[in-house]
Design a protein around this ligand. Structure first.
Ligand SMILES: [Fe+2]
Ligand SMILES: [Fe+2]
Length: 355
C-alpha cells in the first residue's frame, strides 16, 4: 500500500486522525498553513479541514495539485454543515466525502478501500466495498442508545444511493444477502430497494435521498429489542411478537429529540401501518399515512419476503410480488403497480444467507 497524505489545518487534530487510522507510518500529515509542499505521488489524499474559508480552499487546491494526480483518490472529511461541505469538496474533486464525525471503524474501512484503489460501485468488487461501507455506517447508526448522528445517516444514505445508481439493484441485494447480521441485511436490502424505487419513479436527488434515508432508519427501534428475540432462529411466540412490535414506537422515541425531519419520523413510527387501519402501532388509515411511508412499507414487506431467515427460505420474486398484490386494500395499489418494475429487476437474486 502506498502512502496516504493527510492535509490538515490543525496538526493536533491531524495526529488524532492518524492514531484513529492505526498510526501506520505510511500516513503522512501535511500542515496546510505550514511551510513547504506536501509530498507528491500519494496513493490516497485525505483532507481534514475544519473551516473551508476561501483562503483554506485556495491552499487545499494548491496542495492537492501537488499531492495527487487525476487518478489519485481523494477523501474529504467534512466538519459542520454536510450539504455545504459536500458542494465544496465536490468542486475540489473529492472521490469520496465523509462527515469528520464518522465512526472510526467506518473511516478506517473507507480509507482501506480507497487506498487499495476502490472508488465506486463499478464492478462486483467495487459494489462489495460500497456495501461494506454502508454496513459500517449502518452498524454505527444501529449501535447507539440515542438518536444516531445525522451526518453518519446522511453518509450511509449517500453510499446506498450511489451504489444503486451505478449498479443493478439485484447485484446490491446479492452482496448484502451475504452479511451475517439479520438486521444489517434487512435494512440495507430495504434501503437498496427504496433507492431503486426512487430511481424508477424518477424522483429528484433530494427526494431519492429522503426515501433511502427513511428506509435505512425504518427499523432503528429494533436496536432496543433483546437479541434473543431479534435473532431468534424460529417464529416468535405471541409474547415475543408483542415485544418485537414495539420497535416502531421505540424508534420514533429515539429519534424525536434528534435532528430528524417529520417525514423520517413518520417512516420510523408508521412503516407497519396499513391503509385499511389494520396496522400498528396507531391503527392509522389511508389519509393519515404519507406517501413516503407507503413507499417504504412496500419495500419493507417485499424485502422481508425475499430474504432468507434462519426459519424460512426466501420467496421467489414472482411469489413475493404476488403477495404484495394480494394485500389489496392494505397497500396503495398504484404504488404496488409502480413497484413491479423494481421487484422484477430483483429477479433471480441469490438471497440465501451465507450462514
Ligand atoms: Fe419494522
Ligand atoms: Fe423492516
Amino acid at each position: 500500500m502506498g502512502r496516504t497524505v493527510i492535509l490538515t489545518d490543525d496538526l493536533g487534530r491531524g495526529e488524532r486522525l492518524v492514531r484513529n487510522l492505526g498510526g501506520d507510518p505510511s500516513l503522512l500529515l501535511h500542515d496546510l498553513y505550514g511551510d513547504g509542499e506536501p509530498p507528491a505521488g500519494a496513493a490516497l489524499v485525505i483532507s481534514d479541514v475544519s473551516a473551508l474559508t476561501s483562503d483554506a480552499v485556495l491552499r487545499l487546491r494548491r496542495a492537492l495539485a501537488v499531492a495527487r494526480d487525476r487518478t489519485t483518490p481523494f477523501l474529504a472529511l467534512i466538519h459542520g454543515n454536510l450539504g455545504r461541505g459536500e458542494i465544496q469538496a465536490t468542486a475540489l474533486g473529492a472521490t469520496r466525502i465523509l462527515p469528520a464525525s464518522a465512526a472510526n471503524a467506518m473511516l478506517a474501512n473507507v480509507v482501506a478501500t480507497l487506498s487499495t484503489g476502490g472508488r465506486g460501485a463499478d464492478g462486483r468488487g467495487g459494489l462489495r466495498r460500497c456495501a461494506e461501507e454502508a454496513r459500517s455506517a449502518f452498524a454505527a447508526i444501529f449501535r447507539g442508545d440515542t438518536a444516531p448522528a445525522p451526518a453518519i445517516v446522511e453518509s450511509g444514505t449517500s453510499i446506498v444511493n450511489r451504489a444503486i445508481r451505478e449498479s443493478k439493484v439485484r447485484d446490491w441485494l446479492n452482496v448484502v444477502a451475504g452479511f451475517d447480521d439479520v438486521t444489517h441485511r434487512h435494512c440495507l436490502t430495504v434501503a437498496g430497494l427504496a433507492a431503486a424505487f426512487a430511481q424508477s419513479l424518477g424522483l429528484n436527488d433530494s427526494d431519492a435521498h429522503h426515501l433511502t434515508k427513511g428506509a435505512l432508519l425504518h427499523d432503528i427501534g429494533k436496536s432496543r429489542i433483546p437479541l434473543a428475540i431479534l435473532n431468534k432462529p424460529a417464529p416468535l411466540t405471541p409474547a415475543e411478537r408483542v415485544e418485537m412490535d414495539r420497535h416502531p414506537a421505540i424508534g420514533h422515541a429515539m429519534l424525536i429529540n434528534g435532528d430528524y425531519d417529520v417525514g423520517t419520523l413518520a417512516v420510523v413510527r408508521s412503516h407497519h401501518e396499513y391503509l385499511d387501519g389494520s396496522g400498528y402501532p396507531d391503527g392509522l388509515r389511508a389519509a393519515e399515512i404519507p406517501d413516503l411511508v407507503r413507499l417504504i412499507t412496500i419495500c419493507d414487506i417485499f424485502a422481508a419476503l425475499i430474504e432468507a431467515r434462519p426459519y424460512k427460505a426466501p420467496k421467489p420474486v414472482r411469489d413475493a410480488y404476488a403477495i404484495l398484490e394480494a394485500m389489496g386494500p392494505r397497500l396503495d395499489a398504484d404504488l404496488v403497480r409502480a413497484f413491479r418494475a423494481v421487484a422484477f429487476a430483483c429477479e433471480a437474486p441469490n438471497l440465501r444467507a451465507s450462514a
